[in-house]
Design a protein around this ligand. Sequence first.
Ligand code: GAP
Length: 514
Amino acid sequence: MSKGSEEIFKKVISHAKEYGFVFQSSEIYDGLSSVYDYGQNGVLLKNNIKNYWWRSMVQLNDNVVGIDSAIFMHPDVWRASGHIDAFNDPLIDNKDSKKRYRADVLVEEYAEKLLQKADKEVRKAALRFGDSFDAELYRETNSRVVDYLKRADSALSRFSLALNSDDLKAARQVIIDEKITCPVSGSSNWTEIRQFNLMFGTKIGSVAEGATDLFLRPETAQGIFVNFLNVFKSGRMKIPFGIAQIGKAFRNEIVARQFIFRMREFEQMEMQFFIMPGSEIKWFEHWKASRLNWHKSLGFDHENYRYHNHENLAHYANAAVDIEYKFPFGFKELEGIHSRTDFDLKQHSKYSGKKLQVFNPDKNENFTPSVIETSIGLDRMFLSILSECLEEETLEDETSRVVLRLPHALAPNQAAILPLMKKDGLPEYSKKIYDELKINFQLMFDSKDAIGKRYRRQDAIGTPLCITIDHETLNDDTVTIRDRDSMGQKRVKVADLYSIIKDLTSIERLLKKL
Ligand code: GAP
């Protein structure tokens, strides 16, 4: 991470804590590594993100329904899904720094650096050659650029081939051959690579002897697969259709860093779309485009998103793409779209002995549907939004303000009600307005400190509108309404407040863009 990016990331983390968005779990006991709590503003923002995802999936798609399955599942679920055998991370330790890394991440970061070097060369050449410059041709012919691209490609494909064939020695050799060093010690004194299963184990039952070993689910998807027939029958569904779910997942991440980007307890928003075998590519492309469109609907810089095709496919997938977001520490996975084939349903049929099939009247036969999955980490989405929206703005008078330019519909509070002074009946009148509007909106009431200071507090938590009640209000039932982004103020009637707040902050505005 460059110094500048590191500074930005530190600001996001400290802002999240200072303004009640995210706290370290069990902080008074010195914290629990890679586990976080959401504070009073964080939980509101998180719920708004969930609501936006849920409504765009379940409400806008006629053929998608939602469920909420239990975190505890029968242990055979994880045997069938392949997680017991194959849900592993390849770990490697540096003997000098004693630091532990995911070997695949070391190789990916190395390749990313080479790609960045190639991009830099191309940008430099573009400046040198001006309008006539052909970037594609330069990429294909400039020896230095070609070398960077070749090395990146070779490292990734060799590593992925080695991992896919379970050859951990060959995987390690890639790290040695490419002279990948430990970021802390700078040495290439590496241990062997070994696989580490990421599932947390626990027990159910009252006495030790009678207890059954369970796992905390590492993805919500399996709760959908095991309920496939229940939903299909009780909902009278027809192929193609989808089942969506939001819920907690748990992974014993070894290299858990980067704040809420990689956590041990996190939340996923997943949708499994059941389709006719043979239509995988069509639906894969459909959901790939649809999900990127969902991200772009938030109005953030489109340059901050990109697709990344998987080199190294998960044990269940035959095609996979990530939507990556440019976090302060670089482009990283935000959401995955996977073509899971009929792997999961067939495996659960095999292990449970129950046929998870549907009838095709055209062919007069039963078949196992294929599945396209969309899977997004809610906490990563939260982090991408905080990183994108936090801004330190220099104002015309050379002072600065910190403003969180959240999409209006996602802001924790839609408006703040602020009596200008704590006297002359202003707080009482303000409270009346507050009580009427709070039925429809999440509001803040703040009467402490000078009004300028209160505006700044609302800017920092992203409140789109500040409504100030002053002496004029008592005479003519009008208030001042201040816009977070422009800081412009205008006088409006109290009777119009409901429609003004609704127009600006309703989630329907976002949904209409999809
Ligand atoms: N059901 C498919 C599945 O779980 P995944 O790529 O392992 O696929 C899906 O995870 C999404 O869950 C990721 O794109 C990421 O946003 C989020 N995610 C995965 N591991 C995470 C972690 N340790 N902390 C936070 N989010 C995580």
